[in-house]
Design a protein around this ligand. Sequence first.
Ligand code: HEM
Length: 185
Amino acid sequence: MRGDAVKGAIFKGIEDVAKSTFGDTAWQRILETAGCKEPFFTAGDNYPDETATALIRAASEVSGLSEETVMLAFGRHWVLHTAQVTYPTLFHLAGDTARSFLMNMNRIHELVTRNLQGAHPPKFEYEFQSEQALLIHYTSKRSLCPILRGLIEGVGLYFNEDLKITETACMKNGSPKCTIKVHFP
Ligand code: HEM
């Protein structure tokens, strides 16, 4: 296996969101710009982390949107479409409100990556500031906090809950971790 690998469902998600947002022709240009030889991605396979980074950069170049905007859109789309198709059972077991779903994420990631070589599942720390305000702390050498924000937005949309999401600390600004504050209605 070549270095760190990410479950193919992530790549399938990048392909899905790029095709549905920008169209098939743009997706071909994104693959070319990223120097990616794969014609398509399958959920069960592993691909190297660098390919994900190259695809996000290429999607930003081809679309003219910032990498952050691409990552946010990917996170939302992944929860609202890809994850429900790729992991239907797990998805529906994970929770029945945005709060319970988010609070179950360490367990879900542990389950889903248990047999996956080279996986780096996220491990979140949770801190309630009040009944309504939850801090989610995230550390990762991948620093994917815009994706994390998009995923949390997707969870809010899926459960039809008007979540207020703010990032109160970020590794990209020198903080040891990213902290996302989720305010439940
Ligand atoms: C049923 C729903 C979900 C499933 C099955 C799932 C599955 C996965 C998988 C397979 C990975 C790749 C792990 C690896 O190979 O390194 C991943 C990464 C990640 N997931 Fe999820 N996920 C789900 C929902 C969520 C939600 C709702 C959040 C946000 C709260 C989230 C946050 C993340 C983050 C931040 C990463 C990247 C970790 C890093 O490298 O920093 N996931 N997820």
